[in-house]
Design a binder for this molecule. Structure first.
Ligand code: UDP
Length: 333
């Protein structure tokens, strides 16, 4: 087994990957980023060296593993739009599943055996109870969720067969940014609630459409579990340390354990930015459950993890620091 010194972050130019790189560097880890920049941004990698490449470039991966002593791989590279996955599932099965197989094969050849995998609450599908722990049935309702679940299943087979150890981390709604706004969320197209409400606050959009106002929730709008991106990054590093201490491969749900409604998110944006946001009622979005909240007890017991930036105001304030400082996002398009 490789006992290298470098954490390879695949997809490190994206939103979650770049915040993980930031946190790894801050804690003194040696980092390397591999990203094809199809969705990510060069500037998001900060001081981490970036190798531009796709996961289907097997020789490039072999070279990377030959030239760097990789201690573990954090894998974030994936397409992540539910709607697009329904319209173009081939893109998702190739880019998410087939590409991960190529990465795992290159890791096997290089004898790199620790893997931290970015999964999602979308693997659970329609919730059968409000708080979702790891024992909740996994029945994804769209191709995106299915691709992530397939990789989870592949890891369960590869682990014992090839001596891989892995942590699967299933995120709820990743949000926020580093303090000071050096890096943040910049998707194209943007579909996530908090950045969209911030754009409405900045006058870049006329309003925010609220997808469904007649849910069985206190104010009729959907309730979600928004988890600060640096809390996610912290869990990844704890996952690595857990594996390195000999912890068994497993999965953790990562959320902040409290739900906030769409209306509460908009109220908080208005409070933080001091700007009014026009709200328009719109039909429900297909596939949206009323309430989705994580039970993170297992991560807390096994990894000693708990959200440190859990309150919605901190999440929105840090997202605002980024958005107000970069109204057009990263300047690399
Ligand atoms: N949402 C909304 N208007 C928007 C975007 C999102 O009302 O323009 C709602 C969406 O229906 C969901 C919540 O905001 O209840 C969070 O959606 P997002 O797309 O950010 O994350 P998801 O929960 O789909 O992962």
């Amino acid at each position: 087994m490789s006992d290298g010194d470098t954490i390879l972050v695949v997809g490190g130019a994206g939103y979650i990957g770049s915040h993980c790189l930031h946190e790894l560097r801050r804690r003194g880890f040696k980092t390397l980023c591999y990203d094809n920049l199809s969705e990510g941004h060069r500037a998001a990698c900060g001081e981490t060296p970036l190798i531009v490449g796709s996961l289907n470039e097997e020789e490039k991966l072999d070279r990377l593993f030959a030239e760097h002593q990789v201690r573990a791989v954090f894998h974030f590279a994936a397409n992540c739009y539910v709607g697009e996955s329904v319209e173009n599932p081939e893109k998702y099965y190739f880019n998410n599943v087939a590409s991960t197989l190529v990465l795992l094969r290159a890791m096997r050849r290089a004898e790199v055996k620790r893997f931290i995998f970015s999964s999602t609450a979308a693997t659970f599908g329609n919730p059968v109870r409000e708080r979702i722990d790891e024992s909740h049935p996994q029945e994804p309702i769209n191709p995106y969720g299915r691709t992530k679940l397939m990789i989870e299943q592949i890891l369960r087979d590869y682990g014992p067969a090839y001596g891989f150890s892995y942590c699967i981390l299933r995120y709820f709604n990743a949000a926020g940014a580093v303090e000071g706004g050096a890096i943040g969320e910049d998707h194209d197209p943007e579909t996530h609630l908090i950045p969209l409400v911030l754009k409405a606050a900045m006058g870049q959009r006329p309003d925010i459409k609220i997808f469904g106002t007649d849910y069985d929730t206190p104010d009729g709008t959907c309730v979600r579990d928004y988890i600060h991106i640096l809390d996610l990054a912290d869990a990844h590093i704890r996952g690595l340390e857990y594996l390195e201490k000999g912890g068994a491969s497993t999965a953790f749900n990562l959320g902040n354990g409290s739900g906030y409604s769409v209306q509460q998110v908009i109220d908080t944006v208005e409070k933080v930015t001091g700007k009014a946001v026009v709200r328009s009622a719109a039909p429900r979005r297909a596939g949206d459950p009323a309430v989705l909240v994580a039970d993170y007890k297992k991560a807390s017991e096994v990894l000693g993890w708990k959200p440190r930036f859990g309150d919605l105001e901190t999440i929105v304030r840090t997202a605002w620091e980024w958005a107000s400082g970069h109204p057009e996002g990263y300047q690399d398009r």
